[in-house]
Design a protein around this ligand. Structure first.
Ligand SMILES: [Fe+2]
Length: 167
């Protein structure tokens, strides 16, 4: 870690840096997947989803920027190259999905998983004594939940609950 006059204990900062790096890789990965979807989407709702995904990409980029800057403010080094993201996210497929429903389904899965991770990280960083990182993650969590809603509202299953989901 780089030296800083930030008064948080170094072990607290190290924990937050780890969490933020993980969240940053996820955000960059999702932003790129969303942009790829923006380019390749095909289907009857092309223009609505094409435009929606451009907006979601911009919001995810803003979130990545905020998290990376918090990470560096704590004395960390923000890794944001495609190579480092690929290393952190080995499960991401290189398949390109164009069909409206499978594309939205893939993005919904990605946003839902990120949303669940964020809830855990919000608690973890708050309990470790870094409320500001918890606050940054809370803001990202609100965006991810809202984006998930927008994605779900564009699917044909939008009026029914997912199987096994509790309401
Ligand atoms: Fe575009």
């Amino acid at each position: 870690m780089t030296p800083t006059f930030n008064k948080l204990p170094s072990n607290v900062r190290a924990g937050s840096i780890d969490v933020l790096q993980n969240a940053l890789a996820t955000a960059i990965d999702l932003a790129l997947l969303v942009k790829q979807g923006h380019w390749n989407i095909k289907g009857p709702s092309f223009i609505a989803i094409h435009q929606l995904l451009d907006g979601l990409n911009a919001e995810m980029h803003d979130a990545a920027d905020t998290m990376a800057e918090r990470l560096v403010a704590l004395g960390g080094v923000a890794a944001g190259s495609t190579a480092s993201v690929a290393e952190a996210r080995p499960g991401t497929s290189t398949d390109i999905i164009s069909g409206q429903e499978p594309l939205l389904g893939t993005l919904i899965e990605g946003y839902a998983a990120f949303g669940a991770d964020l809830v855990a990280w919000i608690d973890e960083t708050a309990q470790s004594g870094d409320p500001s990182t918890s606050d940054v993650l809370t803001e990202v969590s609100r965006m991810v939940d809202k984006s998930l809603w927008f994605l779900e509202a564009h699917t044909s299953q939008a009026t029914t609950s997912p199987q096994g989901a509790s309401s």
